[in-house]
Design a protein around this ligand. Structure first.
Ligand code: 5GP
Ligand code: MN
Length: 334
């Protein structure tokens, strides 16, 4: 019964959201900085949703599309947002994030603009009263799953090959290839339907996204894995990557994608944290196994995210960040 009530509530929300979006004639779609598969996949699928209705949105991101996702966006122009470009839109849709600061340098614009803002997202704690309409569910495995719901509500026949590729990529990457706690029957049902409608081949998409590592990246991974420290009676794993380690291996920060997940496979580890130097500060990524609220921990360090996956910042150096953050996790351990 509970499941049915939730399903009905979500369907109503999807319907209301679709009606609100359908009124836009020049929507802007913006995804979060440092975009991942869910951000880009959801943004592109939404772009096609509007296109299927004869509307051509403007697409924005402050950062470039990562190399392993460029094939997805090859036909579409994703621009760096400016006031002039955003002013051309009659509504702006935030994709895969609810904090304006996660959307780059135009954060202040969003707080001031008279243009209606919309949200499609699964991150915790969207700000009160900021968005005119939201398609938001923090239990959703990914934003792409919510975009899929939009297609289901308004016409699943519009899930073409390109839409299916975008949705599949979003769900695949945000679920850690279907292994996170957020994965349910609904996730797999959606994936089945996406594959069928779009006629796509999952193994090809997986390969395009993940089978493109360099040897240098694996060498860096080896060094990082060797440096893992187990703290809090082996329940918290800490990994770090310094600028020096990157330079010694000929790598960049882009090569760190997914590193933080490895320690979660160590027996007994329930939270994994990676610390690395970025833009003169320390960027922190946290991943967990549903036992510690990592969103709350991240919020204490200028960040946020989900219960099981969050990001944060510390002024540095790394060792100080470790010494200040780990006790907060320790406090929250069951
Ligand atoms: P990642 O560790 O991959 O950077 O991010 C994990 C999750 O936390 C993602 O869902 C991401 O959106 C969120 N996240 C990462 N960095 C930040 C941040 O600086 N601020 C907030 N609010 N969320 C973040
Ligand atoms: Mn996401």
């Amino acid at each position: 019964m509970q499941v049915n009530n939730t399903a009905i509530k979500i369907r109503k929300m999807v319907k209301k959201f679709a009606e609100a979006l359908a009124k836009l004639e020049k929507p802007g779609l913006i995804s979060h900085i440092g975009p991942d598969g869910d951000a880009i996949g959801s943004q592109l699928a939404l772009n096609f949703w509007f296109r299927s209705r004869g509307i051509k949105p403007l697409l924005f991101n402050d950062d470039p599309v990562p190399d392993n996702l460029k094939w997805l966006s090859a036909q579409e122009e994703i621009r760096i947002p400016t006031e002039e470009l955003l002013d051309r839109c009659d509504g702006i849709l935030f994709v895969d994030g609810n904090d304006p600061f996660r959307f780059g340098k135009m954060a202040a614009y969003f707080s001031d603009t008279a243009r209606p803002l919309y949200l499609i997202d699964h991150h915790l704690d969207p700000p009160d009263g900021f968005f005119r309409e939201m398609l938001w569910d923090s239990d959703a495995s990914s934003t792409a799953y919510l975009v899929y719901s939009l297609f289901v509500e308004t016409g699943p026949e519009h899930i073409t090959k390109e839409v299916a590729e975008a949705l599949y990529s979003g769900i695949l990457t945000d679920t850690g290839s279907f292994r996170f706690d957020s994965v349910t029957a609904a996730t797999h049902f959606a994936i089945g339907s996406i594959i069928k409608h779009g006629g796509i081949k999952p193994s090809e998409i997986y390969s395009r996204i993940y089978d493109n590592k360099s040897l240098a990246e694996y060498h860096l991974l080896g060094t990082a894995l060797k440096g893992i420290r187990l703290l809090c009676d082996g329940r918290v794993a800490v990994m770090q990557v310094t600028e020096k380690m990157l330079a010694e291996n000929g790598c960049s920060q882009d090569d760190l994608e997914g590193f933080v997940n490895y320690p979660l496979s160590i027996h007994g580890v329930i939270a994994s944290v990676i610390f690395y130097e970025r833009e003169g500060r320390v960027k922190i990524s946290l991943r967990g196994k549903s036992l510690v609220d990592l969103n709350q921990v991240a919020r204490r360090f200028d960040g946020g995210g989900h219960f099981n996956a969050a990001g944060a910042w510390h002024p540095g150096p790394i060792e100080k960040a470790v010494n200040e953050l780990v006790p907060l996790i320790a406090e929250s351990l069951p």
